[in-house]
Design a protein around this ligand. Structure first.
Ligand code: SF4
Length: 228
Protein backbone atom coordinates (compact mmCIF):
# COMPACT_ATOMS: atom_id res chain seq x y z
CA UNK A 1 0.00 0.00 0.00
CA UNK A 2 1.36 3.47 -0.87
CA UNK A 3 2.27 5.83 1.95
CA UNK A 4 -0.62 8.12 0.97
CA UNK A 5 -3.12 5.29 1.13
CA UNK A 6 -1.66 4.04 4.41
CA UNK A 7 -2.06 7.50 5.86
CA UNK A 8 -5.63 7.80 4.56
CA UNK A 9 -6.48 4.44 6.16
CA UNK A 10 -4.97 5.55 9.46
CA UNK A 11 -6.93 8.79 9.29
CA UNK A 12 -10.12 6.85 8.59
CA UNK A 13 -9.46 4.64 11.60
CA UNK A 14 -8.79 7.67 13.82
CA UNK A 15 -12.13 9.16 12.75
CA UNK A 16 -13.96 5.92 13.52
CA UNK A 17 -12.31 5.82 16.95
CA UNK A 18 -13.40 9.42 17.51
CA UNK A 19 -17.01 8.58 16.61
CA UNK A 20 -17.02 5.65 19.01
CA UNK A 21 -15.47 7.67 21.82
CA UNK A 22 -18.21 10.28 21.40
CA UNK A 23 -20.82 7.55 21.61
CA UNK A 24 -19.15 5.94 24.64
CA UNK A 25 -18.61 9.15 26.60
CA UNK A 26 -21.26 11.60 25.40
CA UNK A 27 -21.02 13.84 28.46
CA UNK A 28 -17.25 13.84 28.84
CA UNK A 29 -15.91 17.14 30.08
CA UNK A 30 -12.97 18.60 31.95
CA UNK A 31 -13.03 17.05 35.42
CA UNK A 32 -11.20 19.87 37.17
CA UNK A 33 -13.37 22.28 39.17
CA UNK A 34 -12.89 26.01 38.50
CA UNK A 35 -14.86 29.19 38.03
CA UNK A 36 -12.49 31.41 36.05
CA UNK A 37 -9.71 30.95 33.47
CA UNK A 38 -7.12 31.82 36.17
CA UNK A 39 -8.51 29.10 38.42
CA UNK A 40 -8.43 26.61 35.54
CA UNK A 41 -4.80 27.53 34.85
CA UNK A 42 -3.90 26.99 38.51
CA UNK A 43 -5.84 23.71 38.74
CA UNK A 44 -4.13 22.45 35.58
CA UNK A 45 -0.67 23.30 36.92
CA UNK A 46 -1.60 21.40 40.10
CA UNK A 47 -2.79 18.38 38.09
CA UNK A 48 0.74 17.51 36.91
CA UNK A 49 1.63 14.07 38.34
CA UNK A 50 -1.60 14.17 40.34
CA UNK A 51 -5.22 13.07 39.87
CA UNK A 52 -7.95 15.60 39.08
CA UNK A 53 -9.83 14.20 42.06
CA UNK A 54 -7.03 15.17 44.42
CA UNK A 55 -6.71 18.62 42.83
CA UNK A 56 -10.45 19.13 43.35
CA UNK A 57 -10.00 18.39 47.05
CA UNK A 58 -7.36 21.10 47.34
CA UNK A 59 -8.73 23.93 45.20
CA UNK A 60 -11.84 24.92 47.22
CA UNK A 61 -9.72 26.10 50.17
CA UNK A 62 -7.06 27.53 47.84
CA UNK A 63 -9.51 29.59 45.77
CA UNK A 64 -11.50 30.67 48.82
CA UNK A 65 -8.34 32.26 50.18
CA UNK A 66 -6.73 33.34 46.90
CA UNK A 67 -9.47 33.66 44.28
CA UNK A 68 -7.64 35.48 41.48
CA UNK A 69 -4.26 36.28 39.95
CA UNK A 70 -3.64 39.34 42.12
CA UNK A 71 -4.34 37.42 45.33
CA UNK A 72 -2.16 34.48 44.27
CA UNK A 73 0.61 36.85 43.17
CA UNK A 74 0.68 38.42 46.63
CA UNK A 75 0.18 35.22 48.63
CA UNK A 76 2.56 34.11 51.31
CA UNK A 77 4.56 31.36 49.55
CA UNK A 78 4.65 29.09 52.60
CA UNK A 79 0.89 29.34 52.96
CA UNK A 80 0.50 28.52 49.27
CA UNK A 81 2.77 25.50 49.67
CA UNK A 82 0.74 24.31 52.63
CA UNK A 83 -2.52 24.58 50.69
CA UNK A 84 -1.26 22.61 47.65
CA UNK A 85 0.99 20.19 49.51
CA UNK A 86 -1.09 17.04 48.96
CA UNK A 87 -0.88 17.38 45.15
CA UNK A 88 2.83 16.48 45.24
CA UNK A 89 5.82 18.51 44.01
CA UNK A 90 4.16 21.26 46.02
CA UNK A 91 7.15 23.59 46.35
CA UNK A 92 7.64 23.75 42.62
CA UNK A 93 3.93 24.02 41.91
CA UNK A 94 3.42 26.82 44.46
CA UNK A 95 6.42 28.69 43.08
CA UNK A 96 5.19 28.35 39.48
CA UNK A 97 1.62 29.32 40.35
CA UNK A 98 2.81 32.45 42.11
CA UNK A 99 5.26 33.40 39.35
CA UNK A 100 2.64 32.78 36.63
CA UNK A 101 0.07 34.87 38.51
CA UNK A 102 2.59 37.69 38.98
CA UNK A 103 3.07 37.74 35.21
CA UNK A 104 -0.71 37.69 34.68
CA UNK A 105 -1.16 40.52 37.18
CA UNK A 106 1.57 42.73 35.74
CA UNK A 107 1.36 42.00 32.02
CA UNK A 108 -2.18 40.84 31.32
CA UNK A 109 -4.32 42.83 33.77
CA UNK A 110 -4.89 39.69 35.84
CA UNK A 111 -6.39 37.77 32.91
CA UNK A 112 -5.17 34.58 31.21
CA UNK A 113 -4.00 35.42 27.67
CA UNK A 114 -5.64 33.68 24.72
CA UNK A 115 -2.59 32.98 22.58
CA UNK A 116 -0.46 29.86 22.84
CA UNK A 117 2.85 31.72 22.56
CA UNK A 118 1.83 34.04 25.42
CA UNK A 119 0.74 31.15 27.61
CA UNK A 120 4.01 29.31 27.02
CA UNK A 121 5.96 32.20 28.56
CA UNK A 122 4.25 31.60 31.93
CA UNK A 123 6.24 29.60 34.50
CA UNK A 124 5.01 26.01 34.83
CA UNK A 125 3.02 26.18 31.59
CA UNK A 126 3.88 23.82 28.73
CA UNK A 127 1.71 22.90 25.73
CA UNK A 128 -0.41 20.43 27.70
CA UNK A 129 -1.53 23.05 30.21
CA UNK A 130 -1.91 25.72 27.53
CA UNK A 131 -4.10 23.44 25.39
CA UNK A 132 -6.37 22.61 28.34
CA UNK A 133 -6.77 26.26 29.31
CA UNK A 134 -7.38 27.52 25.77
CA UNK A 135 -9.94 24.82 25.03
CA UNK A 136 -11.92 24.85 28.26
CA UNK A 137 -11.66 28.48 29.30
CA UNK A 138 -12.02 30.02 25.83
CA UNK A 139 -13.23 27.29 23.46
CA UNK A 140 -10.06 27.63 21.35
CA UNK A 141 -8.73 24.39 19.83
CA UNK A 142 -5.12 25.33 19.32
CA UNK A 143 -3.68 21.85 19.76
CA UNK A 144 -4.27 18.38 21.18
CA UNK A 145 -3.68 17.91 24.89
CA UNK A 146 -1.26 15.02 25.38
CA UNK A 147 -1.18 13.77 28.95
CA UNK A 148 -0.12 10.33 30.13
CA UNK A 149 -3.45 8.69 29.07
CA UNK A 150 -3.53 10.33 25.62
CA UNK A 151 0.09 9.35 25.07
CA UNK A 152 -0.45 5.72 26.06
CA UNK A 153 -3.71 5.22 24.17
CA UNK A 154 -2.60 6.99 21.00
CA UNK A 155 0.42 4.68 20.94
CA UNK A 156 -1.59 1.53 21.66
CA UNK A 157 -4.16 2.50 19.03
CA UNK A 158 -1.34 2.74 16.50
CA UNK A 159 -1.90 6.42 15.73
CA UNK A 160 1.62 7.47 16.60
CA UNK A 161 4.99 5.84 17.03
CA UNK A 162 6.41 8.86 18.81
CA UNK A 163 7.23 9.04 22.51
CA UNK A 164 7.72 12.78 22.89
CA UNK A 165 4.37 14.52 23.69
CA UNK A 166 5.02 17.39 21.26
CA UNK A 167 5.61 14.92 18.40
CA UNK A 168 2.59 12.84 19.42
CA UNK A 169 0.52 16.03 19.33
CA UNK A 170 1.84 16.78 15.85
CA UNK A 171 0.71 13.34 14.61
CA UNK A 172 -2.74 13.68 16.20
CA UNK A 173 -3.22 17.17 14.76
CA UNK A 174 -2.70 15.74 11.27
CA UNK A 175 -5.13 12.88 11.87
CA UNK A 176 -8.06 14.63 13.54
CA UNK A 177 -10.40 17.49 12.59
CA UNK A 178 -9.50 20.66 14.50
CA UNK A 179 -12.91 21.13 16.20
CA UNK A 180 -12.42 17.70 17.80
CA UNK A 181 -8.87 18.15 19.06
CA UNK A 182 -9.76 18.76 22.69
CA UNK A 183 -12.74 16.45 22.90
CA UNK A 184 -10.49 13.68 21.54
CA UNK A 185 -8.17 14.12 24.51
CA UNK A 186 -10.95 14.36 27.09
CA UNK A 187 -12.63 11.20 25.84
CA UNK A 188 -9.38 9.30 25.47
CA UNK A 189 -8.60 10.19 29.08
CA UNK A 190 -11.99 8.77 30.12
CA UNK A 191 -11.26 5.59 28.16
CA UNK A 192 -7.78 5.36 29.67
CA UNK A 193 -9.19 5.57 33.17
CA UNK A 194 -12.08 3.18 32.58
CA UNK A 195 -10.78 0.52 30.17
CA UNK A 196 -7.35 0.98 28.62
CA UNK A 197 -5.54 1.20 31.94
CA UNK A 198 -1.79 1.64 32.12
CA UNK A 199 -0.95 -1.66 33.77
CA UNK A 200 -3.67 -3.89 32.39
CA UNK A 201 -5.77 -2.81 29.44
CA UNK A 202 -9.18 -4.52 29.47
CA UNK A 203 -9.22 -5.43 25.78
CA UNK A 204 -11.91 -8.07 26.32
CA UNK A 205 -14.49 -5.39 27.09
CA UNK A 206 -13.07 -2.59 24.95
CA UNK A 207 -15.35 -1.09 22.30
CA UNK A 208 -12.33 -0.05 20.27
CA UNK A 209 -10.78 -3.53 20.10
CA UNK A 210 -11.58 -4.14 16.41
CA UNK A 211 -9.82 -0.86 15.56
CA UNK A 212 -6.83 -1.38 17.82
CA UNK A 213 -3.56 -3.01 16.75
CA UNK A 214 -2.74 -3.71 20.40
CA UNK A 215 -5.97 -5.55 21.19
CA UNK A 216 -5.16 -8.81 22.91
CA UNK A 217 -8.37 -10.46 21.87
CA UNK A 218 -8.35 -10.40 18.12
CA UNK A 219 -4.89 -11.23 16.79
CA UNK A 220 -6.10 -11.88 13.24
CA UNK A 221 -7.87 -8.55 12.93
CA UNK A 222 -5.06 -6.87 14.79
CA UNK A 223 -2.59 -7.87 12.11
CA UNK A 224 -4.81 -6.33 9.48
CA UNK A 225 -5.12 -3.03 11.37
CA UNK A 226 -1.45 -3.04 12.24
CA UNK A 227 -0.44 -2.94 8.61
CA UNK A 228 -2.03 0.49 8.04
S1 SF4 B 1 -8.20 -2.86 22.63
FE1 SF4 B 1 -6.96 -2.94 24.50
S2 SF4 B 1 -5.10 -1.80 24.03
FE2 SF4 B 1 -6.63 -1.27 22.45
S3 SF4 B 1 -7.64 0.58 23.22
FE3 SF4 B 1 -8.85 -1.16 23.91
S4 SF4 B 1 -8.07 -1.67 25.95
FE4 SF4 B 1 -6.55 -0.34 24.94
Amino acid sequence: MSITRQWAAKQQRALEILIRLKRLYPDACCTLNYETPVQLLVATILSAQCTDERVNQVTPALFARYPDAAALAGADLEDLERLVRSTGFYRNKAKNIQAACRTLATEYAGKVPKRMEQLLTLPGVARKTANVVLAHAYGINQGVTVDTHVKRLSQRLGLTEQTDPVRIERDLIRLLPQPDWENWSIRLIYHGRAVCKARKPECAVCDLADLCPSAELAPAETKKVNSV
